[in-house]
Design a protein around this ligand. Structure first.
Ligand code: SF4
Length: 335
């Protein structure tokens, strides 16, 4: 009976190639795609599905959102350049794949990690650490760099020869792109596309602010999600204003209304804005003037703004803040 691998399939190039190589070596493969809730762009999971279809393997879609939030709140091995806890994230992913390996009665786990490709999580010591901390140990295989790494269980058991693995290392993707062409893989997410919200400066700034004001453990999954949308302004230590940038964001922000003040413009086209915290009357007025700066209201005349929270409704009439008000860039979080 063919030995079986569980392969993490993110939708990216490297994991697709690692999976394809494992299949070419005659192993059965089950793909696993993990949703963290922090993917940039849409369709990575669709891409993983398309890849699995192309490769002819089953794909298990798992939500690790709650466990991932615990890692983002308090990573044992710290953050990278943004708020990306890459080492802890890799450990979580491999540990989850290890769990699937046990469930599936599989023999080893495959990832698309490449030696030296990422500074935080793919240098030699980091790869060893992930294998150890995940509990998967020498049943964790990185086929793209396997020839450069210590022998793992499939090699020791004699299921593969050392030279069956590849010896790719470093940041260049030339060899991977050539292999993808040779093997007819076209569905992957482009390597230049970025992958993770936690790597972006804007999200990192907002998350640090939210941790400081709300406390790491108090921030809900919904609040993590809201940090993605709109322009965010910290107008006082406890009050934040979020202003939609387009119709789509206005609709999304309206969905976050429960428990927050919502600002809208009954007489002129304007954004939906949310006010978080317990604003004083003066702070609510300031938030309304800030939101009005992004409406079609005339800059020097009062405009009607409706502020509502649940059953409470206040109709205000205020002059928008000037577009060049020097406080605006100081309040702004990210971008
Ligand atoms: S960039 Fe994001 S998804 Fe990728 S390893 Fe780091 S934390 Fe995980």
């Amino acid at each position: 009976m063919a030995k079986k691998a569980v392969a993490l399939l993110s939708g990216g190039l490297d994991s697709a190639l690692a999976c394809a190589l494992t299949l070419r070596l005659g192993f059965d493969v089950v793909g696993v795609n993990l949703a963290t809730g922090f993917c940039v762009g849409e369709g990575r999971c669709d891409t993983a599905l398309a890849l699995a279809q192309r490769l002819g393997i089953p794909l298990r879609l798992l939500d690790v959102g709650e466990e991932f939030l615990a890692v983002v709140r308090d990573p044992k091995f710290g953050y990278g350049s943004g708020m990306n806890p890459c080492l802890d994230c890799r450990i979580l992913m491999v540990r989850t794949a290890g769990r699937v390996m046990e469930e599936e009665g599989a023999d080893f786990v495959v990832t698309g990690e490449v030696l030296g490709q990422r500074p935080m999580s793919q240098h030699r010591r980091a790869l060893d650490l992930v294998a150890r901390e995940s509990g998967v140990g020498d049943r964790l295989v990185r086929p793209l760099s396997g020839r450069l790494l210590p022998a793992t269980s499939p090699e020791r058991e004699g299921w593969v020869r050392r030279e069956d693995w590849l010896d790719i290392q470093g940041r260049s993707r030339k060899r991977q792109l050539a292999l993808a062409r040779d093997w007819g893989l076209t569905e992957f997410v482009q390597p230049s596309g970025g992958c993770c919200l936690l790597l972006t400066r804007t999200y990192a700034v907002r998350l640090r602010d939210a941790f400081a004001v709300r406390g790491r453990d108090n921030l809900t999954r919904e609040e993590f999600a809201l940090l993605r949308f709109g322009r965010h302004f910290r107008v006082s230590p406890t009050v934040k204003v979020i202003v939609g940038r387009n119709e789509r964001e206005n609709a999304v922000l309206a969905g976050f209304a429960p428990g927050r003040w919502v600002l809208s413009f009954p007489r002129v086209p304007g954004p939906v804005a949310l006010v978080e915290g317990e604003p004083t009357d003066a702070e609510l007025g300031l938030a309304a003037r800030l939101a009005a700066r992004y409406s079609d209201a005339r800059p020097d005349e009062p405009v009607a703004v409706r502020a509502s929270r649940g059953d409470e409704v206040r109709d205000l009439s205020l002059v928008p803040l000037a577009a060049d008000d020097p406080r605006i860039p100081l309040w702004k979080l990210g971008e």
